[in-house]
Design a protein around this ligand. Structure first.
Ligand code: ZN
Length: 248
């Protein structure tokens, strides 16, 4: 495959990679793409942040859905694509991973947590909306299953919510700021597993390109930014990245 040789060549010539990942990398680990046609949000109305805040019943509904979907996240393991990115980090080449995913699989594959920038938060734990204290899900879900107890922060009394960014909830400022910084500082921006249609996904690759970085897009389907990329590969992510980086 000619593109793969080109990818290997690009990796040889850069020394600071910012990786951007979307749902496509995690579908290979069995995590459904929630926003895709046929995905959970096309069948079920999402719970908007304002409704979650306004109503105990909506908070209960949200935790019921969490229980229903939790097996998917708990069972998922990093795949070859995640491991290839972790290997790039281990070699000192990948300075950060910006991700739309909430599954924590980059951290599970060995990328340090402070190098993973999560634009949509993380579904594998919960946090207080006021003081941001972290809470593990096991205890929350056990209490809720027992008698519908809604979690409350034992530190400040705030509402505890899964640490994801809900529909209607504003994008976190700090991850956006760091993403921009990492985008401007890299010499290769590798975008994978995202169709790059929706802001901010669409903004960062173009920004990297403007700042002089190479842009490589690896995705199963065409993306909106294929036209401005230096190299486009339409293929499965795990096998392609695994081969390009040279890991099993
Ligand atoms: Zn709190």
């Amino acid at each position: 495959m000619e593109e793969l040789e080109k990818a290997v060549e690009v990796l040889r010539t850069v020394d600071r990679i910012t990786v951007y990942t979307g749902a496509g990398i995690s579908t290979e680990s069995g995590i459904p793409d929630f926003r895709s046609p046929g995905g959970i949000w096309s069948r079920m109305q999402p719970i908007y942040f304002q409704d979650f805040m306004a109503s105990e019943e909506m908070r209960r509904e949200s935790w019921r859905r969490k229980i229903a979907s939790d097996g998917t996240f708990a069972a998922a393991q990093p795949n070859r694509g995640h491991r290839a990115i972790a290997e790039l980090h281990r070699r000192g080449l990948c300075s950060s991973v910006i991700t739309q995913n909430v599954d924590g699989l980059h951290q599970a594959s060995g990328v340090p947590g402070d190098r993973v920038i999560e634009l949509h938060g993380n579904a594998t734990y919960a946090a207080c909306l006021d003081c941001e204290r972290r809470f593990e899900l096991d205890a929350i879900l056990a209490a809720f299953k027992a008698d519908d107890t809604l979690p409350v922060c034992d530190h400040c009394g705030g509402i505890v919510k899964t640490a994801t960014i809900s529909f209607g909830q504003s994008m976190p400022l700090e991850p956006m700021r760091r993403s921009e910084q990492e985008t401007l500082a890299c010499d290769l921006f590798l975008a994978t597993g995202s169709s790059l249609v929706v802001y901010p996904a669409a903004g960062f690759p173009a920004l990297a390109k403007q700042a002089g970085a190479k842009l490589v897009i690896l995705n199963r389907e065409p993306t909106d930014l294929d036209g401005i990329a230096d190299l486009v590969i339409h293929a499965d992510i795990g096998p392609t990245l695994g081969e390009a980086v040279g890991i099993d």
